[in-house]
Design a binder for this molecule. Sequence first.
Ligand code: CTP
Length: 418
Amino acid sequence: MRKPGRRKTRVVLGVTGSVAAYKAVELARALIKRGCDVRAVITDSASKFVTPFLLETVTGHKVTTSFWNETESGAIGHIELADWAQVLVIAPASADMLAKLRYGFAETPLLAVALATKAPVVVAPAMNVNMLSHPATQENLRELVARGIQVVEPESGALACGWVGKGRLARTQEICWAVQKAVSSQDLAGKRLLISAGPTREPIDPVRFLSNRSSGKMGIALAREAHRRGAIVTLVHGPLGARPQVPAGVACVAVTTAKQMFDAVLARAEGRACDVAIMAAAVADYRPSSVAPEKLKKADAARSLELVPNQDILKELGTRRACAGAPFLVGFAVETGDVAALLAEARRKLAAKNADLLVGNMAKDSFDRDTNRVWIVARDGREEHVGTASKRAIARRILDAVVSSIGSSLCLHTPVQH
Ligand code: CTP
């Protein structure tokens, strides 16, 4: 959540009475690990599930449990806490808490902080499936969302009460993403981003395929970052071995072959369906001219495979630009030569594929790595080098370049109101 030396994000963590309250400890630790300064405020019933002492040990701060311990040394008052917070996250949030938040009750320090703070509020509900689906709770949630409160959807599964259904506290990672989003500039708010990621697989026979070493990490980092900045993100990805680690709000479309990726991307980029398309996938340029229906058997003689070209997805999007509503186009170029050759290829691909931005990178810096270094080449001639950094930091710089290229029409900051 921050670079070394940067100020910590100030988080007030509200905990309410639910079996999931014990997970608040893990959440506090995860937030601290991501560079947050966490102060906890817990309700009476939460303290039956998780002790203030435990949260104090984890956060390094006195925990606020009632209006009457605020004067104890080390504790800070509820108004001070409300002003101190950059974000208030209530996890788990019980049905009772949601109702009281909706109506503006202030009978506990946590409710008073929620009422007094100007910071964004994130709530992660956890409760019995029937309490969650009750029209009263649903109405409360709708009202909170309408006020700008971010709700982290509970998960489905076995609940502590014995029921199976929706009501489990969202994963810690998901709540952390929501907290990050709450404190980020929403300069991509409402913009629809289509991102391709990972390799494709071109089958040879039922057991073999042609592919490449792409891990999909760059595309996934772009999807996370764009979601954090308010974009509505669709990630079309090739085989990655596991479900991509992206927030639940990112729509994922899994494909296997270049043809499937072509169809999935084109269907979602048609008309005015998307504002920005970032093609980070390493699409196979060729596929076998035919797929053997049975496993090809070993022979002593040499064997050759006839390959036919796949359609170029980015180029196709580029040629359709003449149509009104065509998305802003970002491509990648992965090369193996020196920097001069990389830049020459990036400029050539930018023009050949009619893109707006081309991100050049070296295979050795990028494949299978969590870091990368890139050169961003723009249609208007601007060029920017981003030295070795995490793929998240690189994604941030690429999206900065997108936002600055598109200009103020993209910079819609959604004001927080709750
Ligand atoms: N790309 C694509 N469809 C393809 C091939 C590539 O959309 N069939 C996109 C990639 O997602 C990337 C850009 O085109 O954004 C450049 O990909 P790259 O593999 O570097 O270049 P190629 O055009 O395939 O050329 P070469 O392999 O000869 O370098």
